[in-house]
Design a protein around this ligand. Structure first.
Ligand code: THG
Length: 458
């Protein structure tokens, strides 16, 4: 049972230094970023806690005072495009761009109810649709990036992750970090950039903490947070290749860089690491460079994308598109309390590889799946829910919503929710409690968008 373990969790936390159980209201102190530890930040946060203690906070309400704290190299460009900024891990992150207001015209973008319409604009829907029609630039700088290097790096990573990551140079692997009890500590991508050099796409400071705690004592592996010194643009959409290929001598055809492969290239004059994957489920690449050349990369891509009808798009569109594609978000959809099989990421576990943290526990848990992270669709387009709502089967509360958004390219509301396994079959109807309403939702086959992966593998 998840909650009666709190006492044990606190004891483990004191003794071992991290907590196995997600103590939702308390949370692991190792999550803090350096900027949050300044005396000024701590005081501001403490004072704000008094203000907010009895408030009902909107799920999107930005915390973090003062702002801005962290800005990507694209910040000035984003301001010029009328970015509406929210905050993530201290980073100013555009939710949508007012400069895209003209895109709304002639599109069907349902207006949600009042509460859900806060921190929202119909532009979010337009940006999501245009991403699937042409191409969009997304600022991915807030995504935590770790560098793992040294002669022991490959073996070190293999001992912690559920997949095989010590593959050929240029491979990228979606994989999981597990607790000793098989709970999910994070879902990450691991790119092998050289024999002894890996780049990890992570979820936060807890991943840095986890890797650092497990480092071998012999000094053969180093882990470094390269997030602040680098930046990333996601270039995604059916026209992504038309934008990128003319800017570089490297081959970015389907054969030249396959899905889930990485390579270095010059984009114009800017040296990048390109990884072919997409959390929004479209053709394209994550393009990484150092912070000093970020603005140059942005300008190079934007000058090529704009004439083709490309746009820059924000986090609101991004979240809607990833839910259509069924991609989980660690910390929201799945946490330490869930194992990969329950969470629907069992495909990222290779039990036929060597030992890794959590393997023995998983072998036990694999055949005992009692709840599942399930995809629900909502037919009423105004009835958007936000996340954390209870889910009912008749009068019985049986689970809760994790994340939700309107699916602007499938024309339905989407809510991911934890449900007992016996209710998690497509076609089952449940009710989501939303304030004083009950909203009818149906368990759906997932993913809702492009189940054959035709968009990504083209
Ligand atoms: N990009 C990079 N790293 C990341 C993320 C990212 N790390 C943290 C977080 N986001 C990880 N989450 C995902 C979720 C899904 C996918 C990638 C990162 C994804 N999944 C394919 C799928 O399920 O269809 C993987 C298929 C496969 O394993 O081959 O692409 O956004 N760099």
């Amino acid at each position: 049972p998840p909650y009666p373990r709190d006492g044990r969790a606190v004891a483990v936390w004191l003794v071992v230094g991290y907590c196995y159980t997600l103590l939702l209201p308390v949370r692991d102190v190792n999550r803090y970023e350096p900027h949050q530890l300044s005396p000024e930040s701590v005081l501001a946060r403490d004072c704000q806690n008094f203000v907010e203690v009895y408030d009902i906070l909107h799920p999107l309400q930005p915390s973090g005072k003062p702002r801005p704290i962290r800005t990507s190299p694209f910040y000035a460009r984003q301001q010029e495009h009328g970015a509406f900024f929210l905050e993530a891990n201290g980073w100013e992150r555009p939710q949508w761009y007012e400069a895209n207001a003209g895109l709304v015209e002639g599109r069907t973008i349902p207006t949600p109810n009042d509460w859900a319409a806060r921190y929202w604009s119909p532009i979010v829907g337009a940006e999501a649709q245009v991403t699937r029609e042409t191409v969009a630039l997304y600022d991915m700088t807030a995504l935590k990036r770790l560098e793992v290097s040294g002669p022991g790096a490959a073996g070190f990573l293999e001992s912690l992750v559920t997949g095989k990551v010590a593959k050929s140079v240029g491979s990228v692997t979606y994989t999981l970090l597990l607790d000793h009890d098989g709970g999910i500590r994070s879902d990450i991508t691991v790119a092998r950039l050289a024999r002894d050099l890996f780049q990890v796409g992570a979820n936060g400071n807890l991943d840095l903490d986890w890797l650092t705690r497990h480092l071998p004592a012999d000094g053969t592996v180093q882990v470094r947070d390269i997030t602040p010194g680098t930046c990333c643009i996601g270039l995604w959409g059916p026209l992504a290749r038309e934008v990128l290929q003319p800017l570089t001598d490297e081959d970015f055809s389907d054969e030249g860089l396959k899905y889930f492969r990485a390579k270095r290239a010059y984009i114009g004059s800017v040296p990048v690491t390109a990884m072919r994957l997409s959390y929004v489920g479209e053709l394209g690449w994550e393009l990484y460079t150092t912070a000093d050349q970020g603005a140059k990369l942005w300008d190079t891509l934007w000058q090529a994308a704009e004439p083709l009808g490309g746009i820059i798009a924000g986090r609101g569109a991004f979240n809607s598109l990833r839910l259509e594609k069924g991609y989980r978000s660690f910390g929201t959809d799945m946490t330490y309390e869930h194992d990969p099989y329950e969470a629907g990421v069992g495909f990222a576990v290779k039990l036929d590889k060597g030992d890794f943290v959590g393997k023995a526990a998983l072998e036990r848990r694999k055949s005992d799946v009692r709840r599942r992270l399930s995809c629900l669709t909502i037919d009423d387009p105004r009835a958007v829910v936000m996340g954390k709502e209870p889910v009912y089967d008749g009068d019985r509360a049986v689970g809760y919503v994790t994340s939700a958004a309107h699916g602007h390219t499938i024309g339905k509301g989407i809510a991911y929710a934890w449900l007992p396994a016996e209710l998690a079959t497509p076609g089952t109807t449940v009710q989501i409690g939303y304030f004083d309403q009950r909203i009818e939702a149906t368990v759906a086959e997932e993913p809702l968008f492009d189940p054959t992966m035709s968009r990504l593998r083209g």
